[in-house]
Ligand binder design. Structure first.
Ligand code: 13P
Length: 254
């Protein structure tokens, strides 16, 4: 089902006590508030998934991993697999983030195997796509996101799309304070939905939630979330303070 989702990607921020404190703060600011059908997700670093998930038990806030390895177990020093992340309390995983692509060399072919590993373990995948500035300037952004979706996700059967959420994150907008305009977001989200529809049909495409990410904050969330093809946000900086994150979630309120 197409859902409204606001997910906080904490990236490589917050020590264990700081993560627990943020989860406590979030619990406090959301207590008694109507989430009004908005799903809230937070993605701490691996070591902090368990305590954050424990802290948020019963609140309805879900916990995601920021990455997983494509294998389930074995001699892969320093890596964390889908079953391990799930056993710590993650029900979702962010895959394909531009920082993973840029700094860790993750390409579409590898990401396809990570998607399979996540889905096999019953983790929902928040799959990130988005162009760099040069690609936008060259008017290639539509083609870039299309090939990212095709290469990493089009091997999946239609039924698997129930557990896929897409996150459009233009790389030039991540952590820069520069946001895609609501119109830019809407135009490319509509394109992404069409790409999915052309392969899997309108029914599957209409059900996929497509989030926007890239300097989304309390000031601009409402206008961006109001667009018909924007189903929520993947939030970096503004998810690191409970009040700010709540204000982004409130962007869905009338
Ligand atoms: P910022 O909200 O800090 O721009 O980060 C967006 C992002 O990369 C979320 O995954």
């Amino acid at each position: 089902m197409r859902r409204k989702i606001v997910a906080g990607n904490w990236k490589m921020n917050k020590t264990l006590p700081e993560s627990v404190a943020l989860a406590k703060d979030l619990k406090a600011v959301l207590a008694g508030q109507c989430l009004c059908g908005v799903e809230v997700v937070v993605a701490p670093v691996f070591t902090n998934i368990y305590p954050v998930a424990e802290e948020l038990k019963g609140t309805g806030v879900a916990v995601a991993a920021q990455n997983i390895h494509q294998k389930t177990s074995g001699a892969y020093t320093g890596e964390v697999s889908a079953p391990i992340a799930k056993s710590a309390g993650a029900s979702k995983v962010i895959l394909g983030h531009s920082e993973r692509r840029q700094y860790f060399g993750e390409d579409d072919a590898l990401l396809a195997t990570k998607v399979d590993a996540a889905l096999a373990e019953g983790l929902e995948v928040i799959f990130c796509i988005g162009e760099v500035l040069e690609e936008r300037k060259a008017n290639k952004h539509f083609d870039v996101v299309e090939s990212q979706v095709k290469n990493a996700l089009f091997h999946l059967p239609a039924s698997a799309w129930q557990n896929i959420v897409l996150a459009y994150e233009p790389v030039w907008a991540i952590g820069t304070g520069e946001t895609a305009s609501p119109e830019q977001a809407e135009e490319i989200h509509a394109h992404i939905r069409k790409v999915v529809a052309d392969k899997y049909g309108k029914e599957v495409a209409d059900e996929v939630s497509i989030l926007y990410g890239g300097s989304c904050n309390p000031k601009n969330a409402k206008e961006i979330f109001a667009k018909p093809n924007v189903d929520g946000g993947l939030i970096g900086g503004a998810s690191l303070k409970a009040e700010d994150f709540k204000a982004v979630i409130d962007g869905f309120k009338a």
